[in-house]
Design a binder for this molecule. Structure first.
Ligand SMILES: *[C@@H]1O[C@H](CO)[C@@H](O)[C@H](O)[C@H]1NC(C)=O
Ligand SMILES: *[C@@H]1O[C@H](CO)[C@@H](O)[C@H](O)[C@H]1NC(C)=O
Length: 238
């Protein structure tokens, strides 16, 4: 019994020895399938977008106008407008505007309140009353930074003058581009990103893992982000 099993195994091992050519052809085929999948996912991602940059820009400007010099008032305006505009069956929003967490990324530090997070979009309030400076990150998503309070400055290599974004303006960072940016003094912004969001997360966590080691913040960030992504998945919002 056992000896016949052993022979069986040797026979099978022999027939499974593939020649190197077949191995490379199948690896190449797998690579092509993976690349094709990426292109396909990239081509269809817009189907799941609910929010849009133009209305968010209008909303940010309306929030500034309705609550001048009052950041908390602007945030309330934004959240109540979004909950009135979008049915909860279409998109899940986090209305707890007390839920702020530190955010360290690209050398910059601030705090964020996650209004929405799903697989293809996120919307947060990000900022700091102290000012900060760093690398924007090189992302696979388009990023729209709507300034509410203060100013954001930015520049790309080769530019000798800075770009300046005052309240009411929007700084669009197309995917695949990176800049140095500075929130010179206190600055808060409504940041909207659309694309494949999970690919942005390593940038969001790298500074914590290699520098701050602020594990409670990392834990809360993962809990809140995960909870919001799941709340959206449950209603079919990818
Ligand atoms: C939300 O804000 C936009 C932009 O200011 C405005 O056009 C719209 O009427 C507001 N919607 C609600 C329900 O308040
Ligand atoms: C904004 O608020 C600050 C602090 O409350 C105050 O010092 C400043 O004068 C205000 N500015 C305007 C334009 O109302």
């Amino acid at each position: 019994m056992s000896s016949s099993k052993g022979r069986d195994f040797t026979n099978r091992a022999k027939t499974h020895t593939v020649n190197p050519m077949t191995k490379w052809v199948s690896r190449l085929a797998l690579g092509i399938v993976l690349i094709a999948t990426c292109f396909l996912l990239d081509a269809v991602k817009h189907r799941w977008y609910v929010l849009d940059p133009a209305s968010l820009h209008e909303l940010a400007q309306a929030a500034i106008a309705s609550s001048p010099n009052n950041t908390a008032g602007m945030v309330e305006h934004i959240v109540s407008n979004l909950t009135a505009t979008y049915p909860s069956s279409v998109i899940a929003l986090n209305t707890n505007s007390k839920e702020w967490v530190f955010n360290n990324a690209g050398g910059a530090m601030g705090a964020m309140y996650i209004i929405h997070a799903s697989i293809t979009e996120y919307l947060i309030i990000f900022g700091t009353p102290l000012g900060t400076e760093g690398h924007t990150g090189l992302h696979t998503a388009d990023d729209y930074f709507n300034i509410l309070v203060g100013e954001q400055w930015a520049f790309s290599p080769g530019q000798l003058e800075m770009e300046r974004y005052p309240p009411g303006s929007v700084h669009h960072l197309p995917r695949g581009t990176a800049k140095q940016y500075k929130m010179h003094e206190g600055c808060f912004a409504l940041e909207y990103a659309r694309g494949w969001i999970p690919l942005m997360l390593p940038f969001g966590f790298a500074d914590t893992l290699t520098s701050t080691l602020d594990i409670p913040t990392l834990y809360r960030t993962i809990i809140v982000t995960g909870r919001e992504i799941l709340r959206n998945l449950f209603i079919g919002k990818i």
